[in-house]
Design a protein around this ligand. Structure first.
Ligand SMILES: [Zn+2]
Length: 355
């Protein structure tokens, strides 16, 4: 079996706060004298039901983690470590989502907050040879006018180099806010050439995906995993070339599916969907990027050809520049061309059992 950490891939669904290492969160909390809920620092993945209460619990923990990031040095550390960790997992392209509003009070406004993220993304990209784009994400919990302000800010930094803004997102509880009211913000982002990458189709089903597709014209759907509950809608999403950022660990932690085997990964791929696997919030789900590919291999039976296709889909669905895409796709071919190492026999297999 080939090493999945060496498979070149693009990571298109990772949140700024959610990317944090548990150890970093603990250190930042101590530094700032913040008492964290125990659930944030233990080793268990979060498990909540897919209800408003479940989401509330997730959000409370998320907010507590976010409150530990207080200022430029902390922000730079989060980005630097996210890029370093992605590099270690074979990601050659990271598109990380941030809502600069949360950090604005510590650094003098949303513009400096975004500048810090972009500057560190650029620097970390050079250090780790990972191309890094940034998605500015608005929140469904806030007024749609705030989303417009963020879209205008994002538009000013649009580009396809490392440390540029490449997309505009919409996150938080899918059940909140009126999707249509965010259309104006997405129109601003689209005019600036940004990818539209709203969340949709994780907590809610096809009707919500239909709303998001109709009003926000996404290039990719954050999750979109429940699109297949309506085969006609899935067909439409595939026809429009809307990629799905599928995050199995997130789906299980948030109670959308009872276990990783129930995530309809194979069905989506078989229907022709472009699927890019992502980790979403490894801080809470305790599962990073390679683990999502391991789910595809170990739980869904994807062989190395199919895993290489998943990696190619992630690269093609990214907003990396052409040279980066060509280089990463060539890397996938090379990964597949290399002979698969012989399986290591474990004690159960008998090879290294003591006589
Ligand atoms: Zn997400």
């Amino acid at each position: 079996m080939r090493d999945l950490a060496r498979l070149p891939k693009a990571h298109l669904h990772l949140h700024f706060t959610g990317s944090m290492r548990v150890s970093t969160l603990g250190e930042l909390a101590e530094q700032h004298g913040i008492r964290l809920p125990g659930a944030l620092l233990d080793s268990d993945p979060l498990h909540v039901p897919a209800t408003e209460r479940g989401w509330f619990r997730f959000q409370r923990l998320y907010d507590a983690a976010r409150a530990c990031v207080r200022g430029e040095a902390d922000m730079r550390r989060v980005i630097a470590e996210a890029v370093a960790d992605d590099a270690a997992e074979g990601s050659g392209r990271l598109e990380i989502q941030v809502d600069p509003t949360s950090y604005a009070p510590f650094v003098g406004g949303i513009t400096p907050a975004l500048e810090i993220v972009l500057d560190e993304a650029r620097a970390a990209s050079v250090r780790h040879a990972v191309s890094v784009g940034v998605v500015v994400a608005a929140s469904r919990m806030r007024h749609p006018l705030e989303a417009r302000t963020l879209a205008r800010l994002a538009a000013r930094y649009a580009g396809d180099g490392s440390g540029d803004v490449i997309g505009f997102g919409l996150s938080n509880d899918e059940r909140r806010g009126d999707t249509a009211e965010f259309a104006a913000a997405f129109a601003i982002a689209r005019r600036a050439g940004l990818a539209a990458v709203p969340h949709g189709g994780e907590l809610l089903g096809p009707a919500h995906v239909h709303d998001v597709v109709t009003h926000l014209h996404p290039d990719r759907l954050g999750h979109g995993v429940r699109t297949g509950e309506d085969p006609r809608l899935l067909h439409d999403v595939v026809e429009r070339g809307i990629a799905l950022e599928v995050c199995p660990a997130s789906n299980v932690s948030l109670g959308v599916y009872p276990d990783a085997g129930a995530v309809p990964l194979g069905a989506l791929v078989d229907a022709g969907a472009q699927v890019a696997l992502g980790a979403d919030d490894p801080l809470l789900f305790r599962s990073r990027l390679v683990a999502q590919y391991e789910v595809a291999r170990d739980v869904h039976g994807f062989d190395d050809d199919a895993l290489a296709d998943l990696a190619r889909a992630s690269i093609r669905a990214s907003r990396a520049d052409d040279a980066t895409r060509v280089r990463l796709l060539a890397g996938v071919d090379a990964w597949l061309a290399a002979p698969a190492p012989a399986p290591v026999l474990t004690a159960r297999g008998g090879a290294d059992r003591n006589p």
